[in-house]
Design a protein around this ligand. Sequence first.
Ligand SMILES: [Fe+2]
Length: 495
Amino acid sequence: MLAAWLSSHSKSMTTTTEPSIRKAWAKAIAQPAQEFAPTPLPVLSGKIPEGLRGSLYRNGPGRLERGGARVGHWFDGDGAILGVHFTDAGATGLYRYVQTSGYQDESQQDQFLYPNYGMTAPGSLWKRWGKSVKNAANTSVLVLPDKLLALWEGGNPHALDLETLETQGTDQLGELGEGAPYSAHPKVDPKTGEIFNFGVALGLTPTLKVYKSDRTGKIIQQGSVPLDGLPVLHDFVLAGQYLVFFVSPVRVNLLTAGIGLKSFSDAMEWQPAKGTQIIVFDRETLSLVSRGETEPWFQWHFSNGFVDTDGSIVVDFVRYADFQTNQYLKEVATGQTHTPAKGTLYSARLNPQTGKVTQLNELLDKACEFPVVPHHVVGQVSPVIYLSLFRDGADISQELLGAIARFDRATDTLIVADLGENLYPSEPLHATDALNRDRGWILTVVYDGNSDTSEVWVYNSDALDGEPACRLGLPSVIPFSFHGKWKPAATNGQF
Ligand SMILES: [Fe+2]
């Protein structure tokens, strides 16, 4: 499996102690983030909406340095979870590292010990050989009725306490097997509560495994198809009765990587001649419906998918022309980027029976990422997409995402919240108002590079171009996070 394969590869860990800081964003990741215990958060402006009751959880790499060495890639950082509980008494925040066994070992010895996505363990090759990869637990979360899962696509999820964020250990969801990959982008059907996810397992033949869980997270059904090599498969979509995967033409060079000369990330090759493979599963049986192929591109993330009235599948995603985005994300960990990688919002229309793309349109010609839709429309028609953008005029080779926006694909309307110079918002998460279901809020964690502080901002989802409804101060800097979830107080976890 991927985790096992990752155990013995590569050499790209850097040894620079201090990252270079040319842009304000670099300060947010210059030092390892500090945990904090539950802390009442001051309201800096506005007021907490009465219909916003529940918990915001966000996951991301909190530590990119250990014992004077820096990680090889942004994706290598140890996962830390920010929790913000909204109650009638106000908002309380806490921030905790996921206590993986690798994190605990490295804390004890104050040095990196394990290989990861873009780095190897220190020492000579024979010392590294056979060393297990560290589960970074740093990519996203899944809210279950009785626990929070910290997700990382190369291994088992970690279970945490929903209130205290105390790590309870790895969780195999009944069926995964020790160390088996469970990816960081599960899809929860808003009507049935079923949870769909996947993992790429490496054996003699790399295999795409798909999982269906009940609303408690327990895996109740599995399916699989063989793959031609080891791809980078980060996300997928639930679209009506289908699960759809786009396998971009990136493959890990197992010959190069196999002798331990390159990291997993550095051994990835862009092979455009392969095209992008389309794989369509039936969500009821988890059996293969079709496989097709189309032009080459790369995507990390989908916003959503649905089945249109003519029976075709529509999938929206952020499309890159190639895999330069991985190089840009690697550079982020150094505090200074120079590789441009423009991803824009696209929509693909597919024939589910053939897996063929019948139409491919760019929806929005702006560099963007982290497209999300409200939970209640996952897998269904959903005209509104929230996403992160670069600010107008930003040099995308040097900057990080500096704005969030609401895009209406039905009316082709974009409403932007530009937070200002040196302010960096996280992925915009939607929370439905508990008192008025037609109303929603957008939550984003903002790093203010002018004051070197972090805040939680709440916007009216229909008024991103106005002032935030509320700003809450956080006790210390929260480094940029990848993904999160909103758990409404009214439900018992599942959402
Ligand atoms: Fe992601």
